[in-house]
Design a protein around this ligand. Structure first.
Ligand SMILES: *[C@@H]1O[C@H](CO)[C@@H](O)[C@H](O)[C@H]1NC(C)=O
Ligand SMILES: *[C@@H]1O[C@H](CO)[C@@H](O)[C@H](O)[C@H]1NC(C)=O
Length: 186
């Protein structure tokens, strides 16, 4: 006996409408489709596949913001230890201090990822995208040392873990940017 006989056509319509309304943003997405746009496809796929929550756009975006936040926090800890270790090397010390500036100043990388979270909470996905861009730009400014408190600084030949950490943040920020575009277009 079909369950359908218990549903009036009107009720079926209602069920359908509720389903359509709740699928906005909750659409399950193909990780490979999202990551096609990424410069580092395998990094992107590994990251998004490690999301313990749902595979819908909203959950993936929240997860990716969490990862970026954790990575920014780790990197600030790393930079502080590099500053402490480089007291006898003024060039290196100046470089790491410049980096710390770009991470913790108002509008710096930490502030920007917190802004991304706040915009996300309000459903302001364009704000999520522009905050992710800001994270990317601030991390780049740390690496390049340009346009900072010491504009004359040339890129420091950094052999510490910092360039790797910074590269991870840039990649994660880029993925947040894709996700925000997909959410806006959803
Ligand atoms: C970035 O965060 C992820 C998730 O917390 C972690 O697995 C990864 O080791 C972090 N990488 C860096 C460079 O902080
Ligand atoms: C992809 O990203 C990972 C992590 O940052 C890095 O180790 C790897 O070399 C990158 N691959 C390419 C092709 O850029």
């Amino acid at each position: 006996m079909s369950l359908l006989k218990y549903f009036s056509p009107l009720m079926l319509l209602l069920v359908l409408l509720v389903f359509v309304a709740s699928s906005r943003g909750a659409k399950v997405v193909e990780v490979g489709e999202i990551c096609k746009q990424s410069k580092n496809v395998s990094f992107c796929i590994t990251l998004l596949n490690s999301s313990p929550s749902g595979k819908d756009l909203v959950s993936l975006t929240q997860y990716t913001i969490d990862v970026a936040h954790a990575n920014v926090t780790n990197t600030i800890t790393l930079i502080k230890s590099l500053i402490a270790k480089s007291v006898d090397d003024p060039k290196a010390n100046a470089h790491y201090k410049t980096c710390l500036f770009y991470f913790v100043v108002e509008g710096g990388a930490l502030n920007a990822i917190e802004d991304a979270q706040q915009c996300f909470n309000k459903g302001g996905y364009d704000g999520v995208g522009s905050s992710a861009n800001q994270v990317y730009a601030r991390v780049d400014a740390c690496l390049l040392g340009d346009d900072g408190p010491d504009p004359g600084l040339t890129p420091f030949p950094d052999t510490s873990l910092l360039p790797n950490y910074a590269d991870v943040i840039k990649q994660v920020a880029h993925i947040i940017l894709f996700l925000s575009h997909l959410l806006i277009g959803d």
